[in-house]
Design a protein around this ligand. Structure first.
Ligand code: BTN
Length: 250
């Protein structure tokens, strides 16, 4: 389990009072924070575990979550919750946090993946919390970062890596604190979307769009202020993607 005394002294609380809950494992830290949110938990409650038994990824996928990773979910209650924008802010915050602790260069792949040396090193999942009347009241922001030396199943080996596997040594405690501090800064930083675009691997590239059962080639042209991806398809039409996924040859 992470050492609380090596996280808490590093936290600059800023807008949030981070209420840290550390554990050995959870099914999914996002699910746990969501349950707490539905029972009225305050902004900033944060769960971090050593491994997850049912880690959740985007688009209903699972997220490989063995020991060696940082699995963190935090509750945000902004006045106007927007899971898409929070995803973009979290990507920038995580990239800054990693780079503040080691010499790695972190790229972002729209919309929620962090890449290191051409492979995925972290994923982000922001999920809405809804009141009984359907109003979006809060966002659970979850991030999984492959930190230590890790082995991946055969299907992930060509596409996933960890900071440790790429030769970078950092502690999960330092990374957790740096991420939460950067998150506070990025959420209040009007230049964050510019940095999100600058770090993005897809802009100007040929991509394959996969959305709702449809797959088509396109060129990724821009990312809007809301974090939507604008692509031009082969018929010359501009399409706005608020969800879905693109693949790009790296
Ligand atoms: C993705 O790559 O599709 C998103 C992965 C998000 C994983 C994190 S790990 C902490 C939090 N708990 C989860 O179950 N998922 C997120």
């Amino acid at each position: 389990m992470l050492d609380r005394d090596r996280i808490v002294p590093q936290l600059k609380n800023g807008r949030h009072e981070w209420g840290l809950i550390l554990g050995d494992y959870a099914d999914s830290t996002n699910l746990k924070v969501k349950e707490m949110a539905e029972h009225g938990a305050a902004e900033g409650v944060t769960i971090i575990v050593d491994r997850q038994t049912a880690g959740r990824g985007r688009l209903g996928r699972s997220f490989h979550s063995p020991e060696g990773g940082l699995y963190l979910s935090t509750l945000l209650r902004p006045a106007d919750p927007d899971p898409g924008q929070i995803t973009c802010c979290a990507a920038v915050a995580a990239a800054r946090a990693i780079e503040s602790l080691c010499d790695a260069n972190i790229d972002i792949k729209w919309v929620n993946d962090l890449y290191l040396n051409g492979r995925k090193v972290a994923g982000i999942l922001a999920e809405g919390v809804f009141a009984p009347d359907g109003t979006l009241t809060a966002v659970v922001l979850g991030i999984g970062i492959n930190v230590g030396e890790m082995t991946f199943p055969a299907d992930l080996q060509p596409i996933a890596t960890s900071l440790g596997n790429e030769g970078f040594a950092l502690t999960r405690e330092d990374l957790a604190a740096a991420f939460l501090n950067e998150l506070t800064a990025v959420l209040a930083d009007p230049t964050a979307m510019a940095e999100y675009r600058r770090r993005n691997l897809v802009l100007g590239r040929q991509v394959t769009v996969m959305r709702g059962g449809e797959t088509y080639p396109a060129t990724a042209e821009a990312i809007t202020a809301e974090g939507y991806l604008l692509v031009r398809d082969e018929q010359g039409n501009t399409r706005e993607l608020s969800s879905g996924e693109v693949s790009v040859r790296l």
